[in-house]
Design a protein around this ligand. Structure first.
Ligand code: NAG
Ligand code: NAG
Ligand code: NAG
Ligand code: NAG
Ligand code: NAG
Ligand code: NAG
Ligand code: NAG
Ligand code: CU
Length: 800
């Protein structure tokens, strides 16, 4: 048992030689030896009472969270109501086959901003509340998804109605054809192929995929499906099953692939129409069987082993047996959470959190000192687009909201995913007539970044301010990959959005893929891919009438009155407003020369400058898609072509993407390009409109040996920040008392310590409290809605 006895006031170490810039006032170039004449706390005899910080600060949201998903009761009511609608011809999920109409998912229909603001700002009524239900109509030749709005909630006999939800879709209809409704039949078909060539897989790949218990190969198909003319194809690859405890399949490709024409719903009409192995292609199974006999090179599969283990491995690090620094919260949380409304208050920031099956956590109505900065900030879509010599990876381009960024937000690992002092929140979502609770899947915490937000040294004093940040984090594990999403709030009023990635890469078999990746393990290519992750950021700067200001550093040659006719090579800043949507697809400028800010020209500060927030890449890279007019995803990903977009707001254009676009990527339900119709972005021209912008995070991911066994978050990260620009009268981080100013004399003796009233905690901190609580990692709670069983059941096997 170890205790830290109080905290010493840690004094700042200063490099012995501090040279002043010539001509500027500053410390003399001499040795400072900072000694402390009077220790405020000497540790000896300090009070020995234990730190007993409160666990939570309970607060009450000023308004209901109108963005939050449905309640258990609402989900059950809407499910029952839809089943009563005979013309929908729905079958209960528990009794359904792939030929029955079913409820796929349900969520809240986000209120229109126009209505929401009446509630939030004008004490008007809450916006009408509707459920959004996604139904899949399977009982015909061409299955399709159709979105519905159901409400208003709570449902009442007199007002309840349902209608197609079409207004937010650029195709005019919330309808998407589905070409893989018969998923089980497709899996069986593929296993028949595996049986048919089991002698070949045994010889080439040392294994079989036949559906038998002792299979040691599995078959995985490309996503999205390929649509060529009116035919639908899928490439499938044999993968080795993992042999140890680690689910490493995506780095165990075998190269052996086959193409299935799975057009239509009659499996007897499906056929294998192509084969690929190690750079060779055969258009039929007969030719494959013959051709594969005469291959000179049969490299064998990628073989699983200790190299895919994420456990501690290799020589231990020096002094790593010592426990690393821990983060503690001696006085308890400095933020408040209304657990019922998911409303959060940190320093002078407040916001609501909502959570959704497709897009995961979203932030709403972010205010500083009661004044709205952001109406909405949240993920829209996450794409991973591959390229490869082989057909499966060449056709792999995942749109992960279809899988569910929200459904994949599992329980966080206390002390590892978040500091052990974090506050955790549950998330809930609905799939197939069941709601799922993922306990502890959002974490909120403050941490000390370990560097000052401000500091300055002069000849007589040094000042520095702690940089404490507040983080809201969720981790989504979509298959092999783990995305760590977080929003950060900072003392200076800035906000950051960050994505990090970890987990197993999806590698391709190495057949000389130099053009598509590094050779990173025996027979394994670290397949190149782009991650582009699209966010909506709807800033409202001092009202809704906003403009987009571009400020660019440009080189200039200038003659000045004082330059006596000589030209001076110099530079200037050029301010321009982006006045039309046509000019509002933006890529970050070369050398970062241009910055972009959302400003309000009607609210000039006393110097005549328009207050605003600047948006800029923060750290890591930000990326848009390298591939142009993607063959795989077509017009589904027109949000991935630039770094930043500005648009006029319309209630009918609430989202840049649609979770099920990848079912029919060339006929997307939402085509982001269609939002760009040359509308003005000049705030004078527009009444009651405002700018919305979208931005992309992402990385061009070229996995190398350092991505094995898992990608590391140090390199796979992308972050963007928005920061005040002429918004406040000065730097608002001066408001924190957690700074210091030390004055010293010529002998470097400290003459004054100004700590602005900071109360150093003097209690005994029990380090046991900082230990990760690994027992809080529990599985998901499933609560069936049809028939409704509110008691639910806990599944303790996450990751399924
Ligand atoms: C499923 O089918 C059985 C047998 O027809 C029926 O009794 C049961 O009510 C059905 N379940 C639901 C939820 O509709
Ligand atoms: C209703 O769905 C069933 C399958 O669940 C199907 O057999 C039947 O034809 C459908 N009825 C109508 C009118 O579409
Ligand atoms: C949002 O606005 C659109 C367009 O005015 C309207 O059709 C739709 O019904 C509104 N949605 C909600 C949930 O009120
Ligand atoms: C082939 O697979 C068997 C187990 O299925 C394994 O014991 C053997 O080592 C494998 N051979 C090669 C060359 O990988
Ligand atoms: C989260 O879910 C767990 C398990 O169902 C429950 O015990 C806990 O009260 C929930 N926490 C909150 C904040 O709702
Ligand atoms: C491929 O893997 C096999 C072992 O399965 C190994 O013998 C062979 O050398 C590897 N080929 C290359 C090019 O790494
Ligand atoms: C936006 O600007 C227009 C024209 O200047 C003005 O009439 C309108 O009231 C403003 N709207 C808001 C919400 O400030
Ligand atoms: Cu990646």
């Amino acid at each position: 048992m170890r205790f830290i006895i109080c905290w010493e006031l840690c004094l700042l170490a200063i490099s012995p030689y501090v040279a002043a810039r010539p001509g500027l006032p500053g410390p003399a170039a001499r040795v400072h030896s900072l000694r402390h004449p009077a220790q405020r706390h000497d540790g000896n005899g300090a009070s020995k009472h234990a730190c007993e910080p409160p666990e939570n600060v309970a607060i009450s949201a000023p308004k209901r969270n109108i963005f939050q998903t449905l309640t258990e009761q609402e989900y059950a009511d809407v499910t029952a109501y839809l089943h009563e609608q005979k013309e929908l011809n729905l079958t209960a999920i528990v009794n359904s086959t792939s030929w029955d109409n079913v409820i796929v998912t349900m969520d809240v229909l986000q209120p229109n901003k126009t209505d929401a603001l009446v509630y939030l700002d004008q004490d008007g009524p809450p916006p009408p509340r509707f459920a959004r239900a996604t139904l899949q109509f399977n009982s015909q030749e061409q299955p399709y998804l159709q979105e519905y709005m159901v409400g208003p909630l709570p449902l009442s006999d007199s007002t309840a109605h349902y209608e197609e939800l079409n207004y937010m879709f650029t195709s005019g209809r919330g309808r998407t054809n589905v070409y893989n409704a018969d998923g089980e039949a497709i899996a069986l078909f593929n296993l028949e192929v595996g049986k048919d060539i089991k002698d070949i897989t045994q010889r080439l790949l040392n294994g079989t995929a036949t559906g038998a218990e002792d299979d040691n190969l599995l078959i995985a198909g490309s996503d999205p499906l390929m649509h060529i003319g009116d035919r639908v194809y899928q490439w499938n690859e044999f993968y080795s099953a993992h042999t140890g405890e680690f689910f490493s399949e995506t780095v165990l490709p075998t190269s052996l692939q086959f193409k299935v024409d799975l057009t239509g719903r009659d499996p007897s009409k499906w056929s294998v129409v192509g084969w690929y192995y190690d750079g060779h292609y055969w258009p039929s199974t007969a030719e494959f069987k013959k051709g594969v006999e005469s291959l000179k090179r049969t490299p064998g599969p990628v073989v699983d082993g200790p190299w895919t283990s994420t456990d501690h491995a290799g020589e231990s690090l020096p002094r790593d047996n010592l426990y690393p620094p821990v983060s503690v919260q001696p006085d308890g949380p400095r933020f408040g959470v209304d657990m019922k409304e998911n409303y959060v208050e940190w320093m002078d920031f407040t916001f609501y959190i909502s959570n959704h099956k497709d897009v995961g956590m979203q932030l709403h109505d972010i205010r500083y000192k009661g004044e709205r900065l952001v109406y909405e900030l949240g993920l829209q879509e996450a794409m991973a687009h591959y390229a490869s010599l082989d057909p499966l990876h060449a056709n792999s381009a995942y749109l992960d909201t279809g899988y569910g960024i929200g459904t994949s937000q599992w329980n966080l690992v206390d002390g590892f995913d978040c500091p052990s002092h974090a506050t955790y929140l549950n998330t809930t979502f609905y799939i197939s007539e069941t709601t799922y609770v993922h306990p502890n899947s959002l974490c909120l915490f403050e941490y000390d970044t370990g560097y000052p937000i401000q500091r300055h040294l002069t000849g007589t004093y040094v000042s520095a301010t702690k940089n404490i940040a507040f983080i809201v984090r969720a981790v989504s594990t979509v298959g092999n990959y783990d995305y760590l999403f977080e929003y950060g709030f900072h003392y200076d009023g800035s906000i950051t959005a960050t994505v990090r990635a970890s987990g197993y890469i999806q590698g391709a078999f190495w057949s000389g893929d130099d053009g598509y990746g590094f050779h990173i393990y025996d027979n394994l290519s670290g397949s190149m891919h782009d991650h582009v992750i699209n966010f909506k950021l709807d800033l409202d700067i001092k009202g809704r009438n906003n403009s987009l200001l571009k400020s660019e550093f440009v080189p200039k040659t200038q003659v000045y009155p004082w330059s006596e006719g000589r030209s001076i090579n110099t530079m200037q800043v050029e301010h321009t407003y982006i006045t039309n949507e046509d000019d509002a697809k933006i890529t970050w400028s070369k050398n970062g020369a241009a910055s972009y800010a959302v400003v309000n020209k009607d609210a000039l500060n006393k110097y005549g400058e328009a207050p605003g927030y600047r948006i800029f890449p923060n750290s890591g890279s930000t990326a848009y898609l390298t591939v142009q007019s993607s063959s795989a995803l077509g017009n589904s990903i027109n949000w991935a072509t630039h770094n930043l977009y500005a648009l006029q707001h319309h209630d009918t254009e609430p989202k840049s993407a649609y979770a099920f676009n990848s079912h029919d990527p060339h006929n997307p339900t939402v085509d982001f390009n269609e939002f760009f119709n040359g509308e003005s972005l000049e705030q004078e021209d527009i009444v009651l409109t405002f700018l919305i912008r979208y931005f992309n995070l992402g990385t061009h991911h070229l996995p190398n040996t350092a991505d094995l066994p898992n990608t590391v978050t140090t390199t796979a990260m992308s972050s963007i920040a928005i920061a005040p620009q002429n918004y406040f009268a000065g730097d608002v981080s001066r408001r924190t008392i957690h700074g210091v100013r030390l004055s010293f004399d010529e002998t470097s003796t400290i003459t004054e310590k100004n700590i602005f009233g900071t109360q150093q905690p003097m209690c005994m901190y029990d380090l046991k409290k900082a230990a990760p609580d690994l027992d809080t990692f529990v599985g998901e709670l499933q609560i069936p809605k049809f028939p409704w069983n509110p008691s639910g059941s806990l599944q303790t096997n996450p990751g399924g």
